[in-house]
Design a protein around this ligand. Structure first.
Ligand SMILES: NC(=O)c1ccc[n+]([C@@H]2O[C@H](COP(=O)([O-])OP(=O)(O)OC[C@H]3O[C@@H](n4cnc5c(N)ncnc54)[C@H](O)[C@@H]3O)[C@@H](O)[C@H]2O)c1
Length: 166
């Protein structure tokens, strides 16, 4: 592609995006309803995961909550139930592939097909690289990177997601 055509495309896209954003200021897009959706949130026992669970509960979603921390996930489940949501809480260590696979099977068999997945579980080590210990680095990769792959690529879920979105 010639630089001139590239530049023309760039400015065309830019102008179109501004116009689109301007129109949407006055004609907002219809927001998707998540009422009745089956939402799985990992790391739901604390922080962002808990806050997300509460928001979905307020919007009428059904919830499946996973966390390594039993008390945390049970507390979140209790709060969501007080908001009227149907909730199932599981203790799952998302760094362990086999635990994920077996929990996913259980969810599918006993509860149903997950339609929204929030891959949130994570560990944060607030230190610079040289002060971080080897096992902490390994844990970060296991939970913050690999776990997301295991959950998203779980054979039990993959088929449902592909079916829903394509
Ligand atoms: N809070 C922030 O400012 C911030 C910024 C950027 C990214 N994030 C990311 O957002 C996510 C949530 O952050 P947060 O601040 O709510 O953290 P948090 O520590 O408050 O909560 C994380 C939750 O994940 C759970 N968890 C940890 N390891 C797990 C495992 N192996 N299996 C299952 N559950 C596990 C913990 O028990 C906890 O309930 C993380 O992935 C984090 O990296 C947070």
């Amino acid at each position: 592609m010639s630089p001139f055509v590239g530049l023309l495309l760039f400015f065309g896209t830019l102008v179109f995006s501004y116009l689109e954003a301007f129109v949407k200021l006055f004609v907002p897009v219809k927001r998707k309803s998540v009422s009745g959706e089956l939402v799985l949130i990992t790391g739901a026992g604390h922080g962002v995961g808990r806050a997300t669970a509460l928001e979905f509960a307020r919007r009428g979603s059904r919830l499946v909550l996973w966390d390594i921390n039993k008390h945390g996930v049970e507390d979140t489940a209790a709060e969501c139930e007080r908001l009227g949501a149907t909730v199932q809480a599981f203790v799952v260590d998302c760094s362990k592939r086999e635990e994920i696979y077996s929990a996913a099977e259980k969810v599918k068999k006993d509860i149903g097909d997950v339609s929204i997945l929030v891959n949130n579980a994570g560990v944060i080590t607030a230190a610079d690289l040289l002060s971080t210990q080897d096992h902490q680095i390994e844990r970060m990769f296991e939970v913050n990177i690999l776990a997301h792959m295991w959950v998203s690529a779980t054979p039990t879920f993959v088929f449902t997601f592909l079916w829903e979105h394509f």
